[in-house]
Design a binder for this molecule. Sequence first.
Ligand SMILES: [Zn+2]
Length: 62
Amino acid sequence: MNDSAQCPMCPQRFENRTDLRVHLMCEHRKSAITDELLAAVETKHDLYRTIRETRPVGVLES
Ligand SMILES: [Zn+2]
């Protein structure tokens, strides 16, 4: 069984999610987590935009 959890914001590992939660609340402030989530959202947005803009044009050849 592998119940360990790794912090998404640093390489630290924890035996369970409760320890990770405490770590996130104490070591990583909410603002930092918000920044991280916003960065993820922006990355996702950029990815979707990239997919739209680079949609293949000539795929109906066969
Ligand atoms: Zn951490």
